[in-house]
Ligand binder design. Structure first.
Ligand code: BJW
Length: 273
């Protein structure tokens, strides 16, 4: 755990900065019960497997795969049923959990420094920042709550749960398979979202990176863009990452503990909450 002096420094930066940008990864949702992307696939409980699962239900096949083999177009084309069932399970999981103290602390920081802006740039697809009340959110990798068709990107609505294979894009559309509205490996990010994220990184004077392994491009270029434009860099993680040697302050610990501590110090410093 880091010293209280480091927490105080970050609280002071938050209180005095002009604009904050925050990059979040799977770690911030871990304390809500959402497995991180690179943690091993969880053994799921019978109740989470959905109606019809019995003691003897087979282990879902996707549990045996490396997630990076499933989170790509090649994986979907090769195993559409498997990939669909993986995302169906994850959609049900994220809709059944709540934002944790880390998500809520970020929403509080936004209120604390208003009208100065806080931009949350998230790699997460779970919508927990929205549900925590943050207002200015950029979803770099999309979300798993909505769907589009694989061939033409037609948006779909009201996709049922517990389907064993991807439904088809409704007529009068194209009849191709639906897929989640996420960005898979090898796919381009939405250019508008990426440009808005770059702009937030260029313009902020404090950039906070939370709960990401700092491996995936282009997301992890953002703190370097911010640093190049003079921003201070802070990282919060339970372990060091390839970014850690570049940041001004590394705060070791769970985001659900570290962020509320920072908010408490910033409030004591005279914030508006
Ligand atoms: C806690 C905690 C707690 C735990 N508190 N902390 C340049 C060089 C090399 C490769 C590339 C490159 N440019 C592009 C690429 C290819 C690729 C890439 O980056 N590959 C690398 C892995 C090598 N990038 C892409 O393909 C991107 N597209 C692109 O660049 O298009 C242009 C292009 C195409 C082709 C060629 C070249 C250019 C797209 C990337 C899309 C990523 N999509 C995914 C899946 C989304 C859907 C889904 O969820 O299923 O996004 S992959 C996955 O990784 C997911 C995540 O958002 C993302 C990042 O993961 P994250 O958040 O870091 O999670 P973890 O699990 O890795 O880490 C958790 C962290 O939390 C750990 O550090 C823990 O310690 C910590 N933690 N509990 C605080 N309580």
């Amino acid at each position: 755990m880091q010293s209280s002096a480091s927490l105080q420094i970050v609280a002071d930066w938050i209180t005095n900065c002009r604009k904050i940008a925050v990059l979040t990864g799977a770690g911030i949702s871990a304390e809500s019960g959402v497995p991180t992307f690179r943690s091993s696939q969880p053994r799921i409980s019978q109740s989470d497997r959905g109606e019809g699962a019995s003691e003897n239900s087979p282990t879902p096949l996707w549990e045996k795969y490396d997630p990076s083999e499933l989170a790509c177009a090649q994986g979907f084309l090769k195993h559409p049923e498997l990939v669909w069932q993986w995302y169906d399970w994850r959609r049900r999981l994220v809709e059944g959990v709540e934002p944790n103290a880390g998500h809520l602390a970020l929403a509080q920081i936004e209120k604390l420094i208003a009208p100065r802006p806080v931009t949350i740039i998230t790699q997460n697809v779970d919508r927990l920042h929205h549900r925590a009340g943050s207002q200015n959110i950029l979803e770099l990798h999309g979300n798993i709550i909505s769907f589009r068709c694989f061939d033409h990107g037609h948006q779909a609505s009201e996709v049922p749960y517990n389907l064993l294979e991807p439904p088809l894009c409704n007529p009068p559309h194209c009849n191709s398979k639906l897929r989640p509205n996420v960005v898979w490996f090898g796919e381009s990010l939405d250019p508008t979202t990426l440009e808005a994220s770059m702009k937030a990184a260029r313009q902020c004077d404090l950039f906070i990176v939370i709960g990401t392994s700092a491996l995936v491009q282009p997301a992890i270029s953002l703190p370097y863009v911010a640093e190049g434009n003079g921003a201070k860099l802070v990282e919060i993680n339970i372990e060091r990452t390839p970014l850690s040697d570049h940041v001004d302050v590394f705060l070791s610990g769970k985001s659900g503990t570290v962020l509320p501590s920072i908010v408490d110090l910033a409030k004591a410093h005279g914030g508006a909450l």
